[in-house]
Design a protein. Structure first.
Length: 633
């Protein structure tokens, strides 16, 4: 059509064709007038194209003293593969990046001021984020200074804090532990107000008192919450708190109730947690931010916050202030490692451990059950407890030399051995130690050549313990994170675990005689972080995590039949629990139920011959096994 004498024609294929040809010219180095030198790699391109896509490069080219020559732009801190991806985008409007490179592409786009690409990468990261990756994603967004991305990640963490708090990245964060004494008839305020006061107290400790943040985190801090809703430093009050150690790694705070007139002499933060003008020693302050919090028990709070630019966890435990007495100073029992206090026992249930533990080591030694280390919500533990089934009671033995979790224990010639694991601060441990029950002490053993965690290559019998000591590696066909590992009849079984985010139900068996791994029958349910125990030639897998929930169910594997059988459910869901045989009973100990770290213990009614004899008649089983077993479906 030719209106008014003008020829008008639109070639729909021209743009795509031209773009494709220009990108081909770039890759062949033809007619290029700019060289990007990225960490030793040289990338050629056309200045006009890049100037249209990158405001950063536009400014450089616009100020170039020799506009007709070849421009050289050097980047020493960008990934050359990520820059190549951006060049392809500049020429084709198509952004293609492997998921492992998205952060690098984001970083390069930020440097080049390619905001649209940065937004697309940020949205992609948010779509892939889960409780396991939330902390690392937040660290990345913080480094990038992306307030919008940070806000969305913080909102996710607030909604999923309990799930996030179980993950490895969260457990490695620095921790500030606070013990707060309350005046009579007072309760702690709501989370937001409470942590604004805590942040204000930390600010003052750093700026007014000159105390470094790392020093505050070295031990539990004693605070006082007064009747006029002010949070005060307990160590500055009359009747200062004194700390007394005991042999079983406990401490006690001994605190006199401060006189009211002395309380009000102390400076305090306002209810908003802000400082008065001129109180700070530094005019420019790093980021202080409350992110998320959760009330975990009646008196315990968990918070994720940024303090002085450092992402860290705050644990706060409130206690009623004791009344002063003319004849004696009342005591407040408190664990130095801030481990949870036992809950009240329920009828017909086994005595709980003193401390909640997840990822603990568990073993039977000299007719008693030993529970060592593990995580609770506050930190990685080194305390060790001993269960006597005759008295249904737990007592302490000597604590380990190193805090550790997600490790395995083995008994060898009457001594207990622990190897590897994580201490909550470094990625993995290579150190090990052994416990001598007659001396009640731990001593170091030679370190492994490599750090090991999550029990992937740490085994639970004499044969496999020697393999560890000799630094022999046994690698299954499929890498499994948080798999259950055990030995049965000279074979090693690696059970479940996770590959990337996918929880597995597959099971592999290793034969040391021919050095071959074979797949055996899969479990009924995929799970990672399960407990495993061996009894009468059978494997018993307890609890675990299926990718969305902590599990109650128990499965039994019969190698003679090469089949798995469901054995009902525990009373509590448990991931990363300990499982061990003592006498003729399998015990499931501790773990994480999806909301709380557990100190509870229950028995698994696993007697295989009884299961065959009575089938699924739960009433008969309950009568026969009571009162020693808890039966639930």
């Amino acid at each position: 059509m030719i209106p008014n004498g003008y020829l008008i024609f639109e070639d729909e294929s021209f743009l795509d064709s031209t773009v494709a040809k220009m990108n081909a010219l770039r890759k062949n180095g033809q007619f290029c007038d700019v060289r990007l030198q990225v960490c030793g790699h040289e990338l050629m391109a056309h200045r006009a194209v890049l100037a249209c896509c990158s405001p950063y490069l536009f400014e450089i080219f616009n100020s170039d003293l020799e506009p007709h020559g070849i421009s050289h732009v050097k980047f020493e801190d960008l990934d050359p593969v990520a820059v190549e991806i951006l060049l392809n985008y500049a020429y084709t409007a198509q952004l293609k990046a492997d998921k492992e490179l998205v952060k690098e592409v984001y970083s390069a786009a930020k440097r080049l001021k390619m905001d649209r690409v940065k937004q697309i990468c940020g949205d992609y990261l948010l779509s892939k984020m889960d409780s396991q990756s939330a902390i690392s994603y937040r660290n990345f967004a913080s480094c990038m200074g992306d307030g919008c991305l940070l806000g969305k990640i913080d909102s996710y963490i607030q909604e999923h804090l309990l799930d996030v708090s179980e993950q490895e990245d969260f457990l490695k964060l620095p921790r500030l532990k606070l013990e707060v004494l309350l005046e009579d008839n007072l309760t702690l305020p709501s989370n937001g107000k409470l942590y604004s006061k805590v942040i204000g107290w930390v600010q003052r400790s750093l700026w007014e008192n000159g105390e470094p943040l790392e020093r505050l985190m070295e031990e539990v801090q004693m605070l006082y919450y007064s009747a006029d809703h002010k949070l005060l430093d307990g160590s500055l009050l009359d009747g200062q708190a004194e700390v007394f150690g005991t042999e079983d790694d406990h401490i006690q705070f001994v605190q006199k109730k401060p006189p009211r007139e002395n309380v009000h002499r102390q400076l305090s933060t306002s209810s908003s947690g802000s400082l008065s003008p001129g109180s700070a020693k530094h005019s420019c302050k790093p980021e202080w931010k409350y992110i998320a919090s959760e009330k975990t028990t009646n008196n315990t709070y968990l918070c994720l916050a940024v303090l002085n630019g450092m992402l860290c966890v705050i644990f706060l435990h409130g206690r009623s202030s004791p009344q002063a007495s003319p004849s004696a100073t009342p005591c407040l029992t408190k664990s130095l490692s801030f481990e949870g206090q036992p809950q009240e026992e329920e009828p017909d249930k086994l005595a709980p451990m003193h401390y909640a533990r997840s990822g603990l080591g568990i073993a039977a030694l000299n007719g008693r059950l030993i529970a060592a280390g593990g995580y609770n919500r506050e930190e990685c533990l080194r305390t060790v407890e001993c269960y006597d089934m005759k008295t249904d009671s737990w007592s302490f033995i000597a604590p380990m030399r190193t805090p550790r979790a997600r490790f395995q224990m083995a008994v060898l010639m009457g001594q207990l051995y622990v190897m590897g694991g994580s201490n909550g601060h470094s990625d993995e441990l290579s150190c090990g130690e052994t416990y001598n029950p007659s001396a009640d002490e731990w001593t170091q053993v030679p370190e492994l050549r490599t750090n090991r965690c999550n029990a992937g290559k740490i085994f639970t019998s004499l044969y496999w313990l020697l393999a560890i000591t000799l630094n022999i590696d046994f690698c299954p066909n499929l890498w499994r994170h948080q798999a259950a590992v055990c030995e049965l009849d000279g074979f090693m079984y690696v059970i479940g675990g996770a590959e990337s985010w996918n929880c597995l139900n597959s099971v592999e068996c290793y034969n040391p005689e021919n050095n071959i791994w074979t797949l055996v029958a899969p479990m009924n349910i995929g799970r990672r972080g399960a407990g495993v125990a061996v009894h009468e030639g059978k494997l018993f897998v307890v609890g675990g995590f299926d990718g969305s929930h902590a599990l109650r169910c128990v499965e039994m594997y019969d190698p003679a039949r090469s089949e798995w059988r469901m054995l009902g459910s525990m009373n509590s869901p448990r991931s990363n629990a300990g499982a061990a045989v003592l006498g003729d009973i399998i015990y499931a100990v501790g773990g994480f139920d999806g909301n709380d770290f557990l100190n509870s213990v229950e028995t698994i009614y696993f007697l295989y011959l009884l299961c065959l004899a009575f089938g699924s008649n739960k009433n008969v089983l309950r009568i026969f096994l009571a009162p020693w077993f808890c039966f639930s479906q």
